[in-house]
Design a protein around this ligand. Sequence first.
Ligand code: PMP
Length: 362
Amino acid sequence: MPSASSLASRLLRREILDLHAYHVPDCAGYIKLDAMENPYVLPVEVRSEIAEAVASAEINRYPDPSAASLKQAISNLLNLPEDMGVLLGNGSDELIQVLAMALNKPGATLLSVEPSFVMYRMIATFIGMRYVGVPLASDYTLDLPVTLEAIAREKPALIFLAYPNNPSGNLYPAEQVEQIIQAAEGLVVIDEAYYAFASDSFISRLALYPNLLVMRTFSKLGMAGLRLGFLAGSNAWLEQLEKLRLPYNVGVLPQRVAGILLQHHELLLRQAEQIKVDRAWLYHELSEIAAVRVYPSEANFLLFRVAQAAEIYAGLKQRGVLIKILTGAQLKDCLRVTVGTPEECAKFIAALHETLTQLSLG
Ligand code: PMP
């Protein structure tokens, strides 16, 4: 009888065998600045409100398959016109998958820039869609001529642009993004995962472009544990994409809890404002260190480059601070730190100074 592992290697698709699973390190006991989470817990009154709603939730029943009231709350928040709406996903990761599946005609291409959010490429691989990554310039700004050339050549059915970008944190000039939308014959999805920390958004431009959708997640705004993302745009697109959404992708509890949290949207936005203040402090501290090059960010994290990044990552970890080490030729020696509370940011900076001194880089 063949072993399970030899059977798996024989039966599974080559691309899947070649993939490395998305690695999430064990974070117990660390100051967790690796995953772009909001560091603040909710005030006790809001927690009680959630506790009550959870206690009375009918978890023996399937959720409302259309999540009508949550969708309405989000549409209202965005001030969407009548002919537009939202499609909900179990995190925005799921929506990337829905979009890729929907547009993957034989020979179709998904295009993004690199480095950017790794799931665009990974999901293309999962579903067997052709993927093209157009390199960003060395400072992670858009290389517009190269990008427009690639769009003309590859004629992608689907383009993802993270705005601001992950892992670099920068917000491309809106006019450049508009040129890309205008040049594209396919669908362009502006991924605004970090909208709460950014100075611009494409929501108000949705009506201008029939090939534009905006994707957002609530993960960075304090709801990472709920898994809730959405696509906003014309109902003509969303009605079709709804067909691919698994019927109960947003559970009873996320629907109820997110509904409550959106009534406290102001509170979450105030937390985001605090994070922006602390981002400025952290940026300043990092820019004062000669050995470090820090990149401008409109997200809730900062990318920085430093010699011996792997040793610095390890030194920080030893001192109880977990950040993210990046890989790939364009991200050589790059580390990404999420903006935490002021205390967490201060501990990170102190641990970084100690590590740099220990390595004789400080
Ligand atoms: N888009 C971007 C640009 C991201 O950085 C992330 C999370 N790191 C996501 C989408 C996915 O977020 P979620 O699945 O938590 O909604």
